[in-house]
Write a protein that binds this ligand. Structure first.
Ligand SMILES: C[S@@+](CC[C@H](N)C(=O)[O-])C[C@H]1O[C@@H](n2cnc3c(N)ncnc32)[C@H](O)[C@@H]1O
Length: 198
């Protein structure tokens, strides 16, 4: 059930949410972290039912998970993030917001067992491998072959999930979505899409 009884300051707007982090992280917000309204709409779709386990693939500093977890206290939000520094910021924000139903994992998503989760959120995490600028940092190796490897890996993992599995994509090229998933809702600009496996 949606938590509408209390709204802490950090939950009221994107700017207020950004204050949970240092200025450098705030500056990445517009390009790299999910907008609050998108997070709320996505969480509502993914948490539908009871006790859902939702994984954010490439969770950054935890914005989608923290917003979703506040909105739906009966669901559990997990975020897997490859960058150690961002994972630490996510953990710190989890403590500051006293969020109990959120877990962050510092790992590449390929080390994660998709069987442990019901539904998935994906904000174009692999795109950094195929663009020349705009990356979060220059500390990683980027390549087209890594993009292909990650998208194929995710495609297979999603294809193995049971019928009824829900996925939300934001700004996706959709290379990682198997044809067994059907779009059931989308925003007018088609940047945000909600999928259910047949
Ligand atoms: C566009 S950001 C989205 C962050 C977060 N999901 C949100 O909506 O606020 C994508 C994140 O995915 C992470 N990422 C990219 N490839 C990854 C991989 N193979 N495994 C884990 N995390 C990855 C990046 O480090 C980045 O923090």
């Amino acid at each position: 059930m949606e938590n509408i009884t209390s709204s802490p300051t950090w939950y009221v707007s994107d700017t207020a949410f950004d204050w949970l982090y240092p200025e450098r992280i705030q500056q990445l917000s517009k390009l790299h972290w999910t907008p609050m309204e998108v997070a709320r709409k996505s969480a509502k779709f993914l948490a539908s039912g009871s006790g859902k386990r939702i994984l954010d693939i490439g969770s950054g500093v935890g914005k989608f998970c923290l917003i979703g977890a506040h909105q739906f206290p009966e669901a559990i939000f997990y975020g897997v993030e490859q960058r150690k520094e961002l994972y630490h910021f996510a953990q710190a924000a989890r403590e500051r917001t006293a969020s109990l139903n959120v877990e962050f994992i510092n790992s590449n998503f390929t080390q994660i067992d998709f069987d442990d989760f019901d539904n998935f959120y994906f904000y174009n995490a692999f795109f950094e491998n195929i663009v020349n600028e705009g990356q979060i940092d220059q500390d990683m190796e980027y390549s087209t072959s890594l993009y292909n490897y990650y998208t194929r890996y995710m495609f297979k993992a999603l294809d193995n999930k049971p019928s009824g599995t829900r996925v939300v994509t934001f700004h996706s090229l959709e290379d990682e979505i198997p044809p067994s998933y059907q779009v059931v809702d989308a925003t007018v600009d088609f940047l945000l899409k909600m999928w259910i496996k047949r």
